[in-house]
Design a binder for this molecule. Sequence first.
Ligand code: FA5
Length: 331
Amino acid sequence: MADTIDQMVRDAEAAMEAARTTADLNAVETRYLGRNKGLNELRRSIGTLPPEERPAFGARLNAAVAALTEKLAARRAELEARELQERLAVERVDVTLPGRPMPVGRLHPLTQTADQIKRVLIGMGYEFVDGPELEDYAYNFAALNYPEDHPAMDEQNSFFVTDTRLLRTQTTALQGRVMAHRRPPFRIATIGRCFRYEAVDATHHHTFHQVDVFMVDRGIGMSDLKGTLGAFARALFGHDTQVRFRPDFFPFVEPGVDYAIAWKGRWLELGGAGLIHPSILRAYGIDTEQYSGFAFGLGVERIHMIQTGVNDLRLYLENDLRFLRQFGHFI
Ligand code: FA5
């Protein structure tokens, strides 16, 4: 029996040496020192020995268990140290690696254009005001001198939400909202989304942006309008930009014009303008003997298209990064 103990201790020591990982070592421990296994299994055979041999056998067994337990702990410490070294080598952080690029957004090209327009107009003394995109029929059409069923409204087919409310077709709708509350003199500008129910193509969308500018003061005439629009166009398109005016009709201006800039040998139409119709000023209690004003409006997409050569306005709404990335700097 004593030989069996010695043999088992030798086997266990060999197995501990052979163990390559702490997991291997755990298996060795279970096999030789586990409950009812290995040396502990031998312990149960004590009863089969003659009584006089039992104490000596028990003592040897205990000594063997103690010795093995100690060796096991030493071997475990060795393996754990090695495993830690291996993990540190594998998981080491290489602080010399270049960082991963973080995607950074840019302002949408139309936001960049809107900011440019704002810088120009604020520099000229204009105050920016926002109007609602869901607008009253009264402000979008009636207050701007459109008689019921006037054909001019056909050019601005609308998305009506109720009988009296629609998605605004023009930022000019802000005029009535301002004149209902403000007394002249004032210089107001607004930029925002407009909506028209029309066939979408490279130059027309159901959703687009306009900038509208209007001012009322004493003695305002066409020369003020021409001077202001000229300065505005030169700030946006270059200091030698020429502006052309031609008569046009809008119910809310008299006289009315459209205006174009000379661009690469052609005239490019920009938008509409004119002197604010006296009946509108009167409707809001503004004395037309003393005050007059001008107004002009144009498309924001159009400005960006001319500046950059973009030839399809639908791109602005598509959120295609290949298009958007081409414009402007990181914010
Ligand atoms: C107007 O909307 C007038 N409110 C402009 C105005 C203001 C005249 C103040 C007089 C005084 P018009 O419908 O032409 O006018 O539109 C002006 C500009 O908005 C156009 O030149 C064009 O650049 C842009 N625009 C109009 N409809 C669309 C559309 N469906 N898609 C893209 N841009 C459009």
